[in-house]
Design a protein around this ligand. Structure first.
Ligand SMILES: [Zn+2]
Length: 430
């Protein structure tokens, strides 16, 4: 255990965080302006490289190479090519390594904005209303990334630097595979702890557990006909609906109380099956030839992604026996998430320290959050044995319309990370 932080250094660091508040809001706005949806992450990645360089660190690109990752149990089948989308990392090295090393990790990718016309202000034009910043990715999780950057910068502004190695990792594809996080984790040395500032559900929170997720794609090819001979045709859209209903029945079954892990006690409906996308059909008066649905299936602790995949294969196979699917061709594919669930070790020293620091700087306490979605934290926890403190600011409507994050809350998280980093790594005078 390193010695506890000198009170003068502590005060100087927290004052520096306060002095950097405007900088952090401007930096967040700059990142939200990067529309970093799948395949379009380059502007956000370049911005991260620029921000790392601004801290005096040398940004380095880490490619995501499926051929190297494919044998890893955390790997998910890719959706698109990784060319031109390299992750960005930067490493701080102390003069004398006396403390414990740390990884600060965040994903730059965001989910699509959805119906842009439903947003009060455009999704990639950050706007502040009532102390909250609105914009796609503001909460999930660009605020968290800015929190750790500001925390590091504040330690520097206080005339100090961490007395241990600090890695910063900006990754892609947290929202669809996690392969960016996996690539960076494997490319970099193992550290003593990881902080991932993912957002809390409308309040400041610490992730205690997270479900796994499997993505599946079902393509049904029917038999086209004019609607006047509808009985002669086989409607692919209606057939796909039958498969969708079978998977919703599976969802009900998996939410039965007997199947729910204690970490999720009290959480309403933790295992979610989402019919996320549908495309198909050709003409209102033609029986639809082809329909493709994209699904996201939650995985409860006690089950694995591989088991869930087998369940989905079985359900789709059974649904094919339905009389309305007779003669249809059904193709089932698994691309994107093949992610196992994960319980975080909340007794770990980094978690305890983060909780203590949060209470110290805000007077409140971080709420426990068993998440019905996932983070990149699972890679470090499940496959590397590195303790993870995943906690972040109050964000609302992430993945929805008018996503926003509380700026006071973000500031509190920044203060928490600064203090946690200084205590964990120790500090040395520059
Ligand atoms: Zn996220």
């Amino acid at each position: 255990m390193t010695q506890s932080l000198d009170p003068g250094a502590r005060r100087a660091i927290l004052e520096a965080v306060d002095a950097l508040r405007d900088w952090s809001v401007t930096t967040l706005a700059g990142l939200v302006r990067c529309p970093s949806v799948l395949g379009q992450e380059h502007s956000a990645l370049e911005e991260m490289a620029r921000l790392y360089a601004g801290l005096g660190l040398e940004p380095r690109r880490v490619p995501t190479l499926p051929e190297q990752l494919a044998g890893h149990p955390g790997f998910s089948p890719p959706l698109i090519s990784y060319a031109g989308r390299d992750n960005v990392v930067a490493v701080h090295r102390p003069r004398a390594s006396t403390g414990r090393s740390l990884v600060l990790q965040g994903h730059v990718d965001v989910v699509p904005e959805g119906a842009a016309d439903m947003w009060e202000t455009p999704p990639y034009e950050p706007a502040i209303r009532d102390g909250r910043m609105y914009g796609r990715g503001a909460g999930d999780m660009k605020a968290g990334i800015v929190s750790y950057l500001t925390a590091f910068k504040a330690i520097q502004l206080a005339g100090l630097q961490p007395a241990a190695e600090v890695q910063m990792q900006s990754v892609i594809e947290e929202e669809c595979s996690g392969n960016g996080a996996l690539a960076c984790m494997l490319a970099m040395p193992k550290s003593d702890a990881v902080i991932i500032p993912e957002p809390g559900p409308g309040l400041d929170a610490l992730y205690t557990a997270e479900v796994g997720v499997v993505w599946a794609w079902v393509t049904v090819s029917g038999r086209p006909a004019h609607v006047r001979d509808m009985q002669a045709g086989l409607n692919a859209i209606e057939a796909a609906q039958i498969i969708g209903e079978a998977l919703k029945a599976y969802e009900r079954e998996m939410n039965d109380g007997s199947r729910i892990h204690p970490a999720f006690r009290g959480v309403n409906h933790p295992v979610n099956v989402n019919l996320g996308t549908i495309e198909g059909g050709e003409w209102n008066s033609s029986v639809a030839t082809r329909c493709r649905i994209g699904l996201r299936i939650g995985v409860m602790m006690g089950y694995t992604a591989a088991q869930t995949r087998a369940d989905v294969e079985r359900i789709v196979e059974q649904a094919k026996q339905h009389e309305r699917l007779r003669g249809a061709q059904v193709k089932l594919e698994f691309k994107g998430f093949m992610a196992d669930p994960c319980v975080f070790d909340t007794e770990a020293a980094i978690v305890q320290l983060a909780r203590r620091s949060y209470t110290d700087v805000t007077g409140g306490s971080l709420r426990d959050y068993p998440a019905t979605g996932l983070t990149d934290g699972r890679f470090f926890a499940l496959y590397q044995g590195t303790p993870v403190a995943c906690f972040g600011p109050d964000a609302v409507d992430i993945h929805g319309i008018d996503e926003n994050v509380g700026l006071d809350s973000m500031h509190g998280i920044t203060r928490t990370i600064a203090l946690t980093m200084a205590e964990w790594c120790g500090v040395e005078k520059v």
